[in-house]
Ligand binder design. Structure first.
Ligand SMILES: [Zn+2]
Ligand SMILES: [Zn+2]
Length: 1019
């Protein structure tokens, strides 16, 4: 018999083991990592072989990650108080779980004995809470209590998988050869048993999920998302023990196989099976983007097959350039970066989940460097690494939009773990600075310390982030930031339409000031489970957000549109609309914010919200936890019911029969489109006209709750009312100990007169302060003409000065504010000092502002056409000589305002017809072409292209325009001006590579709007 010389390690190469040895010799951290691995391995090695084999659950035993939506049969939801997965499991008590509320055990029968009977002898199902694996049923309950399945799931997850991983680690780091053999023996034994079962695990027929929720929910022993645990725990462990198989005669005798046979048994039934489940389109292993790709990279590294499919090359191809993706999370990284990540670097989910994309892809990029594949040079990948810096406001907050964070908005930029491997290849000063904050974060036993490379990188000491106004034009999120670093006031306006982990929150506006999130968002719901009624009825519902609810319904969501963004000066502006938020109901749904800086510590926010259409408008605003008050005062607290009515109790689905009749938590609530008003209680209301003042005075956080800056801190909302009802109401945030019991909303309600459509112009001036307020009062300004297309406020300051803020949706129209004060423009702000002299003024996208002795003139926003775009240098040539110095860098030029409406950031003016956009990426999709369908004037691709919109330009692989995206199946091409489509339009690459397409959002022929801005500040 040939020696087993071929059973070598592929991941733990001699080079990698030499790095380990050097690290252990030189560094205490390496010795403590090794010691921790040895201790974990030793813990598992103390169990005898039979015990370790017994913790690998056979496929015929069902699995469940939850016992029951309602907790314990005896203690109910009290069992969920500390979290959903807190039932006790112990290796000393096989097949029993312990209630976290009462400590009692379930099930009542000995399931081990029943399993030993082949799950046949039902006389063994004894006692009050007997469970045959498929759960115990409480009489009258539609769903079961899954004691055994819960045990099976969490045993595999928290014991079996960690045991295999720990024993593998111990086998590789242990210097004592005999001990190493023992660890390897136990690890290999478990791998063998798992390989026996692994092909037969089928989640969609063997789980609570399948039986009670969705018979098509995929996975293996666990669901498709968590199934990555299997390759993550076993791949390197297998590699560690592989050379030791041949010498383990006890193991070979037990398995009845030769070392080669056992090796192939584990490779095929466990590791290749996991790879197949990931890449074969069956979606049995499929997690968030990048996660299963990371697992696959491990499998490719240890298998190194070139003859047995899937080969390691096939796995790498799946990761980098998957030729046959069937769902977006399977698109290869190269195409995902262009087609799934927005061109501003943001992935297509909520900010919280976008972090997952960045960290997964950063980890893959770090691993691919070993294979000489360098994604750090890719400019889109660089933006994917740097958005976590730009997404911060006031230098410390991350807006809790969609499924992200909580109302306190705590956040941090890129983590050192992601920054450390990136820094040497992409020495962005922010990335380098983060890496330097914690060089040890990247220390791994088998890699040279990352700190070695940091010394050679450029200085990064005085780099800051999250303190300047920033816009993500493709994601649709614009920040205004004023004041000095440390005492900033910042606003965030969301006008985008990303698809993943969304809330129905378009035109949501958040405000940060006084070291707090002052107008905020509840953020991540308690659960994203479809049966969580609170998530679908309230946490994600429109009324929970700082926007306008139309006709007591959740928004529909649709594309948003930026009208202006002015990120500099004493009065910064953002102006956006989202009529698609209530498609078919509204003809106008637009919000403009002007952030006015008075001093380094004092700023106020002017907020104008325009809504045309529908019968009822509810403007909603969620402050920080506070005592609220209103002047004039509101009525007494409504004793019974909720905002939905005195007869509507909390959480009752009063406006959707489908959900109203069944107990909460027993069905999927994804179809709820109602108001969510039943979650607002302690309602106080008053019908008011004219100016009013609503105030949140922050209250002291309770013990154990998240602490925040509250002493003397308040937010005043100066309301310019027009036949409105002002409503104060409370709601409950997530039921976590760290959250306050209630949170405080202000609503402004307008209702249409009988038989009429409603038009609303909500004007609010927000004044965040500590101890002393600085606005005396805010008064409405009567505009002439009174056409409803413009709004203005007169803000009388405590120091005797007076500011005016103006906004218009018809910038060409001249409005008279008062005798001698006229404006024609999109936004204007000007102010008088205490002596009545004009001290400041600004005019955005306007032609003329006259106020006393101040006159500001400018050309106004002008329209031109793009003549050419140099995509490599970031230069746009326009048809008309409209570009001139002085120039304000950072403004947005609007592209194709009448079709897909996107915008580019103006970085500089080259000459009157040439604009620089720096390194801004204009690509919104790219991929290999599957077919050119000449008869339908369309191309097909396997890549998901969620960001392309009608009217955008389709380029071939040579970046030559081939027409515009037309309506119809993706990707139909409107060939006007290009002639009929043929395959020649999309030639192969110069190197003979497969024909490709790219879609861009700025190309010759597109309309472009050039903004204008003029400012006066008295010295
Ligand atoms: Zn209990
Ligand atoms: Zn939200």
């Amino acid at each position: 018999m040939a020696p087993c010389a071929e059973l070598q390690r592929n991941y733990y190469t001699p080079e990698r083991l030499a790095v380990m040895a050097t690290n252990i010799e030189k560094y205490p951290w390496a010795r403590s990592q090794r010691d921790a691995m040895l201790a974990a391995g030793e813990k598992w090695a103390a169990y005898d072989d039979e015990k370790l084999l017994s913790i690998i659950i056979p496929p015929q035993v069902p699995r469940a990650y939850d016992v029951h939506t309602f907790g314990c049969p005896v203690h109910g939801v009290a069992a969920n108080a500390g979290g959903l997965y807190k039932w006790g499991i112990s290796l000393d008590k096989p097949w029993k779980i312990t209630c976290p509320a009462g400590g009692e055990e379930y099930p009542s029968n000995d399931f081990g004995a029943y399993l030993a009977s082949g799950m046949k002898d039902r006389s063994l199902l004894t006692g009050e809470y007997a469970d045959d694996g498929w759960g115990w049923n409480k009489p009258g309950d539609e769903t079961n209590y899954w004691f055994v399945a819960y045990y099976a799931h969490w045993l595999m997850s928290n014991f079996t998988m960690p045991a295999i991983e720990a024993l593998g680690n111990a086998a590789i780091v242990c210097e004592d050869a005999e001990k190493a053999k023992l660890y390897a023996h136990k690890c290999a034994l478990m791998l063998w048993k798992l390989a026996e079962y692994y092909p037969d695990y089928e989640y969609k027929s063997q789980s609570r999920e399948a039986k009670e929720h969705d018979p098509n929910y995929n996975g293996k022993w666990t669901n498709m998302i968590w199934e990555v645990k299997t390759p993550n725990a076993t791949a390197y462990a297998y590699d560690a023990v592989r050379p030791l198989l041949a010498g383990d005669s006890e193991l070979l005798a037990r398995t009845g196989m030769s070392a080669e046979q056992l090796d192939e048994y584990i490779r095929d039934r466990l590791l290749r099976e996991a790879a197949r489940c990931t890449i074969d389109g069956s979606h049995r292993i499929q997690a968030n983007y990048g996660t299963h790709q990371q697992s696959l990279l491990r499998l490719a590294a240890v298998l190194r097959d070139s003859d047995k499919s899937p080969t390691s090359d096939e796995m790498l191809e799946f990761i980098i350039a998957n030729p046959r993706p069937t769902i977006y999370v399977d698109v290869g990284i190269e195409d995902a970066l262009v087609s799934l990540v927005y061109r501003d670097g943001m992935p297509l989910e909520s900010i919280g989940y976008n972090g997952g994309w960045t960290y997964s892809l950063a980890a893959i990029a770090a691993s691919l460097i070993d294979l000489d594949i360098n994604f750090y040079e890719d400019t889109r990948f660089q933006k994917l690494l740097t958005w976590p810096f730009d997404v911060m406001v006031c230098g410390k907050f991350v807006p809790p939009l969609g499924d992200t964070g909580d109302m306190f908005a705590a956040g941090s930029a890129l983590s050192p773990t992601a920054a450390l491997p990136a820094a040497p290849h992409f020495p962005d000063p922010r990335v380098v600075k983060v890496a330097r904050t914690n060089p040890a974060a990247g220390n791994a036993l088998f890699s040279p310390p990352a700190s070695d490379a940091l010394d050679a990188l450029p200085p990064s000491d005085d780099v800051t982030w999250g303190v300047k106004s920033h816009i993500f034009p493709a994601y649709g999120l614009a920040y205004l930031q004023s004041g000095a670093v440390g005492t900033q006031t910042s606003s965030a306006l969301f006008y985008g339409n990303y698809p993943g982990h969304v809330h129905y929150d378009q035109l949501n506006m958040l405000l940060f000031s006084q070291g707090n999130a002052m107008l905020t968002d509840i953020g991540y719901p308690e659960q994203t489970d479809s049966r969580n009624h609170k998530r679908y009825a309230f946490f994600e519902n429109t009324v929970a957000h700082n926007t306008v609810v139309v006709d007591s319904h959740k928004q529909t969501r649709g594309p948003g549109k930026l009208h202006a963004y002015q990120p500099t000066g004493f009065a910064q502006v953002v102006d956006a609309s989202c009529e698609g938020a209530y498609a078919g109901t509204v003809s106008l749904y637009r919000r403009a914010n002007v952030l006015v800086e008075l001093s380094p510590t004092q700023s106020y926010l002017f907020d104008a919200f325009y809504v045309d259409g529908g019968k009822q408008h509810d403007y909603s605003a969620l402050g920080a936890p506070a005592e609220t008050s209103c002047t004039p005062p509101l009525g007494p607290v409504q004793e019974k019911g909720t905002l939905a009515g005195e007869d509507v109790p909390q959480e009752h689905f009063y406006d959707d029969e489908r959900y109203a009749t069944k107990p909460l938590g027993t069905m999927a609530y994804t179809g709820y489109k109602g108001s969510g008003f039943q979650f607002l209680f302690n309602v106080r209301r008053a019908s008011l006209d004219g100016p009013a003042l609503f105030e949140w005075k922050l209250r002291q956080p309770g013990e154990g709750e998240t602490q925040y800056n509250w002493q003397g801190v308040g937010l005043r909302a100066h309301l310019l009312l027009d036949s409105e009802e002002v409503i104060a109401a409370d709601a409950k945030p997530q039921t976590y100990a760290r959250m306050p019991d209630t949170i405080q909303y202000m609503l402004r309600r307008r209702v249409a007169p009988e038989g009429q459509e409603l038009n609303s112009r909500f004007v609010t001036v927000y004044e965040p302060y500590t101890s002393e307020t600085f606005i005396e009062r805010v008064l409405p300004v009567a505009l002439q003409p009174d056409d409803g297309n413009a709004v203005a406020a007169r803000i009388e300051l405590a120091d005797g000065g007076v500011d005016y803020v103006f906004h218009s949706i018809t910038p060409e129209q001249t409005y008279t504010l008062e005798e001698g004060i006229t404006v024609a423009g999109e936004a204007a702000c000007f102010g008088y000092d205490a002596q009545g002299a004009v001290c400041k003024g600004m005019l955005l996208n306007g032609t003329r502002l006259t106020a006393g002795e101040l006159t500001l003139e400018s050309p106004g926003q002008r329209k031109s056409t793009i003549v050419s775009v140099d995509y490599s240098t970031g230069t746009i040539e326009i048809a008309d000589p409209l570009l001139a110095e002085p120039f304000v860098a950072g403004q947005q030029a609007i592209i194709a305002p009448d079709t897909f409406a996107d915008s580019v950031t103006m970085r500089g003016v080259i000459d009157a017809t040439h604009l620089s956009i720096g390194d801004e990426d204009l690509r919104v999709a790219s991929g290999p072409i599957k077919e050119v369908l000449a008869d339908r004037s369309a191309i097909t691709t396997m890549v998901s292209v969620p960001h392309i919109q009608d009217g955008m330009t389709v380029m071939n692989g040579l970046m030559q325009p081939q027409g515009r995206v037309g309506s119809g199946d993706k990707i139909t091409i409107d060939r006007t001006g290009y002639g009929p489509l043929s395959a020649e339009a999309f030639p192969p690459g110069a190197d003979g590579s497969h024909p490709r397409f790219t879609v861009v959002m700025a190309a010759p022929g597109d309309a472009i709007l050039i903004p204008s801005y003029v400012e006066f500040v008295r010295k």
